[in-house]
Design a protein around this ligand. Structure first.
Ligand SMILES: Nc1ncnc2c1ncn2[C@@H]1O[C@H](COP(=O)(O)OP(=O)(O)O)[C@@H](O)[C@H]1O
Ligand SMILES: C[C@@](O)(CCOP(=O)(O)OP(=O)(O)O)CC(=O)O
Length: 361
């Protein structure tokens, strides 16, 4: 028996950086690029084997030591398998808590979230890989996990690797479509995990967390441009020291208005709030000197302004992708936008929204 599950990548629409603080709001959308996790039962005696297609192929054998999963022999977990290993470890602990017999398996993960040369676009490969792994193991062991369980397990795995991660990417990779997300207090969640275990933490309150599916805008199309430069999100987030209360408050107000505009399918209001979100990021960048706005991201936004699209960096900035929202009824302006991006060395990515289950659009 083989089980295969895929999970989509993501783009931040607004709320980056603010959403790192528990209870703060972001809007994200899932895109039609995926990570896929495949689980097959192992031959008797073969234990647990993890495999990723990254870097030409990486394999790790794992075994149980006490209640923990760890690499067999003295191997360390390679960075390319850190999220997969963390996800398997969390599910493994849940299996032990539920007294489910842990028979051996081979888990293999692939992703198409970068280009053919293996360069990542910043479409949330770590979250997609983590969510796909949890989903595939949940099915393999018949754990009866719903979306909230899968999100929570994937977030527990994610913060084991990167404690500051907001989990917005994990949420949108779980639910798909457009999503309004408020991040939970990850320190409290981690404390609950250490104190009460996985199963109890799945059922406990997660202060700050809220997840709300949004309708996909009908009048606007999302254009995505890749700067060609990969960025390091943890390094950028770590640089965000000092008191950012004002930025976060303004961001929250802006994203709340954006959510209302998306729910009303009001294209004009959506564009206004995207412009405000960009202005807030530009101010944050100026005050903090983080390097969010690279010359190419600035060019990407300037091209948007020149054709009447609302454009901004997506995610931590410093490279990766930017987005532009523009009315579907303006094909000439869309063509001009992509032409300007190409001239500025920005590669348009032909991405579409990965719709949430049951979304009629
Ligand atoms: N195909 C894959 N197989 C296994 N793990 C992957 C794969 N793609 C990405 N990852 C994990 O995600 C990490 C990259 O995460 P990150 O740098 O945050 O990029 P992103 O912005 O795409 O999430 C990798 O180091 C690896 O641990
Ligand atoms: C700064 C952030 O709010 C947004 C970062 O978004 P990116 O899209 O840059 O993320 P990855 O590419 O997946 O690392 C940090 C966070 O929310 O954790």
């Amino acid at each position: 028996m083989t089980v295969s599950c895929r999970a989509p990548g993501k783009l931040f629409i607004a709320g980056e950086y603010a959403v790192v603080e528990p209870g703060h709001l972001a809007v994200l959308t899932a895109v039609d690029r995926y990570a896929t996790a495949t689980v097959t039962a192992a031959e008797p005696g073969d234990g647990i084997t993890l495999h990723s297609d990254l870097n030409g192929g990486v394999t790790l054998s794992c075994g149980r030591h006490g209640d923990e999963l760890s690499p067999t022999s003295d191997a360390v977990v390679p960075a390319s398998l850190s999220y997969v290993f963390a996800a398997v470890s969390v599910v493994h602990r849940l299996l032990l808590e539920r007294a489910v017999p842990v028979s051996g398996f081979r888990l293999s993960v692939t992703a198409d979230l970068g280009d053919a040369d293996g360069r990542k676009f910043g479409l949330g490969s770590s979250a997609a890989v983590t969510v796909a792994t949890v989903a595939a193991l949940g099915q393999h062991f018949d754990l009866g996990l719903d979306s909230m369980d899968r999100y929570r397990l994937a977030l527990l795995a994610t913060i084991a690797v990167n404690p500051r991660a907001s989990g917005g990417d994990v949420a949108v990779s779980t639910w798909g479509g457009w999503l309004a997300y408020r991040s939970p207090d990850r320190a409290q969640v981690a404390a609950s995990l250490a104190r009460d275990g996985v199963d109890a933490t799945l059922r406990s309150p997660w202060p700050g967390l809220s997840v709300r599916p949004l309708p996909t805008p009908t009048e606007l199309t999302l254009q995505v441009g890749w700067t060609g430069n990969p960025a390091s999100t943890p390094a950028l987030v770590a640089g965000l020291d000092g008191d950012r209360t004002t930025f976060r408050a303004h961001s929250n107000e802006c994203v709340e208005r954006l959510v209302a505009a998306i729910e009303a399918d009001d294209a004009h209001a959506v564009r206004i709030e995207i412009d405000s979100a960009r202005a807030l990021l530009v101010d944050l960048d100026t005050i903090s000197g983080l390097g969010i706005m690279t010359p190419r991201l600035r060019a990407l936004c300037d091209a948007g302004a020149a054709v009447g699209a609302a454009a901004k960096p997506s995610g931590a900035g410093g490279g990766d992708c930017g987005i532009a929202l523009i009315e579907r009824t303006r094909p000439a302006a869309i063509a001009e936008l992509t032409g300007r991006w190409l001239t500025a060395g920005i590669r348009p990515l032909p991405l579409r929204t990965h719709l949430a289950e049951g979304d009629p659009r």
